[in-house]
Ligand binder design. Structure first.
Ligand code: NAD
Length: 345
């Protein structure tokens, strides 16, 4: 028997094909009537479609969302939200756009807090977590519309899928691991692993895309529910201190983080292998990325060899819970393997 504490997060989830058409109902259900649509510059067309679906509830679009939620973008968007009298935002996009929505909710918390309807179009999982920097904001509603993911480019599909799997893998060995989240984690890994070959064979595969988005929800829920460890810490270090790209870095690091922790998290790692349908979890994750066309080395992502040492130092500096002890020399070896892109043993 595994004793546990489990706190369910309160978001409403709507999942299906064409569900973005129901966005007006979701806004009304929140008691809102003036929605500001948020997108990146690359997804204006998707945002305009949602504006049309909002009808009279639409007050405008802000389309400058960017990676890592820059403060000047948040303040600019906040000024637009105030000028338009928005009472909620509808974030159409990946983690960057949903991050902007969370930042707006946070910055407006002292006056009229903007509510959030998230319409995720990647598998990053931000919509299902309250995480924003050091504080917490959770979208009130998530509308998963598989149709909106059909346009996710093939390589981003694989890296974003591996980004999602990383949440599930770390949930399985988390200090707060519990049977509900572990079962979601396994379902999420299975769904994404089975989706990627289908999407590679046909990017418009409805079964593949539906599985991948369901997996994204399951894995995102894991990220929101329990603490993450070595893998996320390393990716956070590489993203924050070396400006490495988010999903691609997760993809490259994950097999090596699993190999590092495997001797100290045997049950979790064996569950990952089983969910992937392979004998060795770290090799299975490496093959899943490589065979589906994702980058598999830090070198290929432009990381500089001379930065390996400093990255290992940073990753070993602040202690955090992790199955295997965090030793600088071992972390350096992990990072070097990831840099070279070798298949884990
Ligand atoms: P992203 O949101 O930066 O999107 C990458 C690019 O893909 C953007 O140009 C975007 O417009 C485009 N795109 C997204 N969906 C598309 C689609 N369906 N079709 C065509 N183009 C599409 O990438 P991401 O990986 O989703 O998010 C990364 C960011 O999210 C990072 O800043 C990361 O730190 C953050 N994040 C936060 C959490 C959290 O819980 N707080 C979780 C995961 C990620």
């Amino acid at each position: 028997m595994q004793p546990f504490v489990y706190i369910a997060l309160p978001a409403r989830v709507v999942f299906g094909f064409g569900t973005a058409k129901q966005v007006a109902q979701e806004v009304t259900r929140l008691g809102c009537s003036r929605a500001l649509v948020l997108t990146t510059p690359q997804q204006v067309a998707a945002g305009e479609q949602v504006q049309a679906d909002l009808g009279d509830l639409n007050v405008g679009i802000y389309s400058k969302a960017a990676m890592h939620t820059p403060l000047e973008v948040t303040l600019d968007a906040l000024a637009q939200a105030k000028a338009l009298g928005a009472d909620c935002c509808v974030a159409v996009g990946g983690g960057s756009t949903i991050g902007l929505a969370k930042a707006l909710a946070l910055h407006s918390a002292n006056s009229a807090k903007l509510k959030i309807v998230a319409i995720p179009t990647t598998y990053a999982g931000s919509e299902a977590t309250p995480i924003i920097g050091q504080t917490e904001v959770l979208p009130e509603a998530i509308v998963y519309d598989v149709e909106l993911t059909l346009s996710l480019p093939p390589q981003m599909t694989v890296t974003s899928g591996l980004n999602a799997i990383a949440h599930a893998v770390e949930a399985l060995w988390a200090v707060e691991a519990n049977p509900i989240i572990s079962s979601l984690a396994i379902q999420g890994i299975k769904a994404i692993a089975r989706s990627l070959p289908l999407i590679k064979a046909g990017p418009q595969s409805k079964d593949g895309r539906a599985d991948a988005l369901f997996g994204a929800w399951a894995c995102g829920t894991c990220l929101g529910a329990v603490g993450m460890s070595l893998h996320h810490k390393l990716c956070h270090t590489l993203g924050g201190s070396f400006n490495m790209p988010h999903a691609e870095t997760h993809t490259v690091i994950l097999p090596h983080a699993v190999a590092y922790n495997a001797p100290f998290a045997a049950d979790a790692v064996s569950s990952v292998a089983k969910a992937l349908g392979v004998a060795n979890a770290s090799q299975g994750l490496y093959d899943l990325a490589k065979e589906n066309g994702a980058p598999y080395s830090l070198k290929a992502l432009g990381f500089k060899e001379e930065d390996l040492e400093r990255a290992a130092e940073l990753a070993a500096s602040a202690p955090y819970p992790n199955p295997a002890p965090l030793k600088k020399e071992k972390l350096l070896a992990l990072l070097r393997n990831a840099y070279e892109g070798v298949r884990p043993l």
